[in-house]
Design a protein around this ligand. Structure first.
Ligand code: GLN
Ligand code: ZN
Length: 759
């Protein structure tokens, strides 16, 4: 018996085949038929991988050419007006990416993962109609290969909950229009086979729901279950517990509930009512969003504790969520140390783990064949090695972090800022940038050539120095006041630091889909973190030596480093973050001792790490703020600490921002006038703020008048002494031509406003 289940599988391809063909198609270098052909091959290959690994429940419709939420909008006929004249792939990709006439639909993060979905735009005037072809075709595609799949769909409550209404009304008012389309869909599915399993993903249930949304669960699943007796519905949640929804779902006619027991261990509290309901339990016990090899012995204990309640014949063993969130396979990792590789498991390897676990659990150890016995032994061994490896445990780091008593800087912000302004002597409305300048093809080339040992260290460094020289010269000529070095040596704001910290590992091919064709390759933290030597001091000092202006040092903060990495699972995240913080505090000390007077510690991903459940936010904020403060605790009173955050919704977290106690914060508010700044005034924020006077995400060059207006709006909220003037994020994705013109206009605008203020 192999009762096991995979929630969903990555689709980008083990060699990123989907990415490549999509990008060629967009560049008009191949036809859409080529895209479809690659997609077909990938789907077939992925199904076969799962079947051959012994997986019983394999999905169809987990594939997508861009995004599953977008597919759901197409399925429902939820097409925003501006795209309605388009058809087929032109329509689909225009919704995802925009075209010459229409701006793309918005994109945002899928819960607390690094995957981004296309946000549905709904209007109360719209009428929906079913387009089931993708779902039906994919099912048939698998069937023709002899593979009977379950069909994955995103549930109506999650779909609505993640949508926005163009008239800002309540999305759930559209429930009665949407649910009939889902009913029609199920009807169409019911004709496909004698019996079909439909997996309905409702991850929004893991967020804790208000009474109104809770009240929709029963009618939804009563109605969907009533469509056809040959459809078995499994409702899945993940990333957190969903106990409130479970209480309701057990009273609907659905066939199974899928729960995440790793990121939502409170789900254990629902086992008794699930047992009583007699429903199947899809037990998410193999980590679908982290890369560590499953500890089979530990997982068996978890499964045993589950079967204390739910009888074995009602259990299916599953990944905790879709494997979309992990890289494809370890098989192309040639450079990774053999020892560390043994500790890891990517999507393909997880299939074998699930299959082994289910054999062991349902049929007992005696039923394992020779290869499975070896696999089990290897698993036990690898997990033991990992626990004991000297690569992981560094007593010096542990002692130092445990005894780190300095939790914050000296002096309060008011006193510090007074001192800093005397020493640094900058003007009101002082101008600066967020750190990076355009990453040119030449620069990328130099970095990758250096990595591949095709050019020497000397010629690489020469290239970087040349960039810094030009970048500094431009900023001086442009009239910017606080300068940056431009970050030419950094490929990525986390990887750059990861590469220099002990305890960090890297993969060659560990790509994970971030959105559409875009993939990221997050580094992973496997052991105690330490800093063998300074990481940024040489480049920042070099840049400082090229100018009489103040050069701002640039670091990535501990919480962002953590949130954009795969993190070890044998230690609480807050402990790992504290280790990074201590390492960063040494870097800051080295920078200030090298004469750097302003240091920016970016926390672009601070907000991303927020827990899904409100009741867990306090605990997160406590360690996240603590670790930011530890990182900057070494800064002397006169060293000015900046931070930058890549978003603008500060209303909920303004007190937390205050607690971080940075002297200056730059934020992303350019697109909203001065609305979002008002909260700073409301709470009586006394530190300095750089609200971002133009949007760097667009190639458009803001005019002088426009920026003047923007600054004047800001001055309505905060006094000039408190305001910094800067773009709203780093400039690395922009072109030099755009950057030069935009920054010149920004400086000119500041000049005009300063003049006006004098008179
Ligand atoms: N200093 C970084 C840069 O300018 C900050 C980037 C970010 O916040 N995403 O690129
Ligand atoms: Zn930013």
């Amino acid at each position: 018996m192999s009762k096991n289940y995979i929630v969903g599988f990555p689709r980008i391809g083990e060699q990123r085949e989907l990415k490549k063909v999509l990008e060629e198609f967009w560049a008009k270098k191949c036809s859409f038929d080529d895209v479809l052909q690659t997609a077909k091959e990938l789907k077939a290959r992925h199904w076969v991988y799962q079947r051959d690994a012994g997986v019983e429940f394999i999905s169809s419709n987990d594939f997508s050419l861009y995004d599953n939420m977008l597919d759901t909008s197409v399925m429902l006929g939820a097409i925003p007006k501006r795209f309605r004249h388009l058809k087929g792939e032109e329509l689909y990709f225009a919704m995802a990416r925009g075209n010459d006439e229409c701006v793309a639909m918005e994109m945002t993060k899928w819960f607390n993962t690094n995957y981004h979905y296309i946000v549905p735009e709904l209007s109360p005037e719209d009428n929906y109609s079913l387009n089931a072809s993708k779902i039906i075709d994919e099912y048939r595609e698998a069937k023709s290969l002899g593979i009977k799949t379950k069909i994955n769909i995103i549930g109506p409550i999650t779909y609505l909950g993640l949508s926005k209404r163009v008239d800002r009304g309540d999305v759930y008012e559209l429930w009665s229009k949407i649910v009939p389309i889902y009913e029609e869909l199920l009807k169409a599915i019911s004709t496909l086979d004698d019996e079909v399993v439909v997996q309905i993903d409702e991850p929004i249930f893991a967020k804790g729901l208000d009474a109104k949304v809770l009240s929709l669960i029963k009618p939804t699943f009563d109605r969907l279950s009533a469509v056809s007796s040959n459809i078995k519905i499994a409702v899945l949640t993940y990333f957190e517990h969903s106990n409130e929804a479970t209480k309701v779902l057990v009273h609907t006619p659905i066939w199974a509930l899928g729960l995440d027991f790793l990121y939502g261990d409170e789900n254990l509290k629902s086992l008794d009512i699930i047992a009583m309901s007699g429903k199947k339990l899809i037990a998410g016990v193999v980590d679908g969003r982290n890369i560590w090899r499953c500890d089979i012995e530990k997982t068996m204990r978890l499964l045993e504790s589950i079967s204390n309640f739910v009888s074995k014949e009602n259990i299916l063993i599953s990944s905790s969520c879709s494997l979309l969130h992990v890289p494809f396979t370890l098989k192309y990792e040639e450079k990774m140390s053999g020892e560390i590789k043994e500790w890891l498991s990517f999507a393909l390897e997880k299939l074998s783990e699930i299959s082994l676990l289910s054999k062991l659990y349902f049929d007992g150890e005696g039923s394992l064949d020779k290869a499975q016995k070896e696999a089990l032994q290897k698993n036990v061994q690898a997990n033991q090695n990992r626990k004991n490896s000297p690569l992981i445990h560094n007593k010096t780091v542990q002692d130092r972090v445990e005894n780190h008593k300095k939790l914050q800087r000296e002096g309060d912000a008011k006193e510090r800022l007074k001192l800093q302004r005397e020493i640094l002597g900058y003007n009101d409305l002082v101008t600066t940038t967020i750190g990076s300048f355009p990453q040119t093809p030449q620069l990328r080339c130099a970095r990758s050539d250096f990595k591949a040992a095709l050019i020497s260290k000397e010629s690489y460094e020469k290239e970087i120095k040349k960039y810094i020289d030009e970048c500094v010269a431009f900023q001086e000529e442009c009239g910017l006041e606080i300068l940056v070095h431009g970050e030419p040596e950094r490929n990525d704001m986390v990887e750059y630091f990861g590469e220099q910290l002990k305890g960090y590992g890297f993969s060659q091919n560990g790509w994970v889909q971030s959105y559409g064709s875009r993939c990221v390759k997050p580094p992973f933290i496997y052991g105690d973190i330490s800093r063998p030597k300074p990481m940024t001091v040489d480049w920042i000092s070099y840049a400082q030596s090229r100018t009489n202006h103040i050069m701002k040092g640039m670091l990535t903060g501990p919480v962002t480093i953590l949130n954009w990495s795969f993190v070890r699972d044998d230690m609480p995240r807050g402990e790992v973050s504290k280790q990074i913080a201590v390492a960063l505090s040494d870097e800051i000390d080295d920078l200030q001792n090298a004469g750097i007077k302003i240091i920016q510690v970016d926390e672009a991903a601070f907000k991303e790490g927020y827990p899904l459940r409100d009741e867990k936010i306090k605990a997160y904020e406590a360690w996240a703020v603590r670790d930011f403060k530890i990182a900057v605790s070494s800064a002397k009173k006169e060293t000015q600490i900046h931070t930058h955050m890549c978003y603008s919704e500060f209303n909920d977290i303004i007190n937390t921002i205050e607690d971080m106690d940075a002297d200056v914060i730059s934020i992303e508010t350019a697109r909203s006038g001065n609305e979002l700044l008002k909260i700073f005034k409301k709470v009586g924020y006394t530190k300095e703020v750089g609200p971002g006077v133009y949007d760097i995400h667009s190639p458009r060059i803001p005019s002088v008048e426009e920026i003047v207006k923007q600054i004047e709006l800001l001055l309505e909220v905060l006094p000039k002494e408190q305001l910094w003037i800067n773009p709203d994020c780093g400039l690395k994705t922009r072109k030099w031509e755009e950057v030069k013109l935009s920054l010149k206009n920004m400086v000119e605008a500041v000049g005009i406003v300063r003049e006006k203020l004098k008179s």
